[in-house]
Design a binder for this molecule. Structure first.
Ligand SMILES: *Cc1c(COP(=O)(O)O)cnc(C)c1O
Length: 321
């Protein structure tokens, strides 16, 4: 398992590349959630999500070890992050994307000089292709979450939260493959175990929820939740034991609840976030967590939403306001 020292080393390694993101507070949101709610704004991070933290930590490491290429199998935030940092370091990046890739996402990767290879429609097809391309060209495949350098990089978000809000009572985090939450859990629980940490998953992407319940890694079939960054089919071999050891609870939210929270943040707080980031707000607005009158930080994990699609994701917020 990674330790707090790995996360401190990661901070040293990445601080000249990433932003220290601000924390925002909303009185209206706080009132509705019956807690003092703060947003850790990783949607304002370089490349639009926290993924640049882990990607930077890992790609700098493999560059030091002589990698001549990096590859990834993600058309989303991880693919953008890997191509961005590879360009900064002057290493070529090849990103394997599905044949039906969203053109906006593809152009974001190309803007960072990443080379696109199209392959299949599932990650089960893309990952072996990305590994093969890396092996052929003295390169390294960069996994999206199940890697100690990635997890330690994501955990630096927790160090910033402690610096910015040392008296925080609870932190609420979205879960995909579990890289973000396992890094932040390590930081917070090894610093102050009294800080509560809660995970949130969409109801139909409840692989970590089921894995905790079954006390073993459990996979689920493909899902189409609007929180597209959280569609992992199972938690990682390295991330799951950390979640199992430290997380205080994990709750589920429906796509309707995600839409409502997403619309609230866009409309009332004027922040462009992506649906995956809205799950934590959805959990708080719907009182799914055992918190009242507390200082709560929610990690707003990313802001890469296709603007042309926003109207299909928005709902009226009058029912909650
Ligand atoms: C990747 C991602 C997540 C989930 O992170 P994991 O480390 O896979 O749990 C959440 N939100 C956004 C915006 C992401 O890009």
């Amino acid at each position: 398992m990674i330790t707090i020292q790995d996360i401190r080393n990661a901070r040293e390694n990445i601080h000249d590349t990433i932003h220290t993101t601000p924390i925002l507070q909303s009185s209206q949101l706080s009132k509705l959630c019956e807690n003092n709610v703060f947003l850790k704004c990783e949607h304002l991070q370089k490349t639009g999500s926290f993924k640049i933290r882990g990607a930077t930590n890992k790609v700098k490491q493999v560059a030091k070890e002589g990698a001549e290429l990096v590859t990834a199998a993600s058309s989303g935030n991880h693919g953008q992050a890997v191509s961005f940092i590879a360009e900064q370091l002057g290493i070529p990046a090849t990103i394997v994307v599905p044949t039906d890739v969203n053109p906006c996402k593809m152009s974001a990767i190309e803007a960072y000089d990443g080379k696109i290879v199209k392959c299949g429609t599932t990650s089960a097809e893309r990952i072996p292709r990305a590994i093969e391309i890396a092996e052929d060209q003295n390169g390294v495949f960069i996994p999206p979450y199940d890697d100690p350098y990635i997890m330690a990089g994501q955990g630096t978000t927790g160090l910033e939260i402690l610096d910015q809000m040392p008296d925080v009572d609870a932190v609420v985090i979205p879960i995909g493959g579990g890289g973000l939450i396992s890094g932040i859990l390590t930081t917070l629980k090894e610093t102050n175990p009294n800080i509560k940490v809660y995970g949130v998953e969409p109801e139909t992407a409840n692989d970590t929820f089921l894995s905790l319940k079954n006390a073993q890694i459990t996979s689920i079939p493909a899902t189409s939740t609007i929180a597209d960054g959280l569609r992992a089919s199972q938690p990682g071999d390295m991330t799951f034991p950390v979640i199992q050891k430290y997380v205080d609870d994990l709750v589920l939210v429906s796509d309707d609840e995600i839409r409502q929270a997403f619309s609230f943040v866009m409309e009332r707080m004027k922040q462009v976030i992506e649906p995956s980031s809205a799950v934590t707000i959805a959990a708080l607005l719907n009182k799914k967590l055992p918190l009242e009158g507390k200082k709560v930080v929610t990690v707003i994990s990313g802001g890469n939403v296709d603007l042309a699609r926003i109207s299909t994701l928005m709902v009226g917020t009058e029912t909650i306001c």
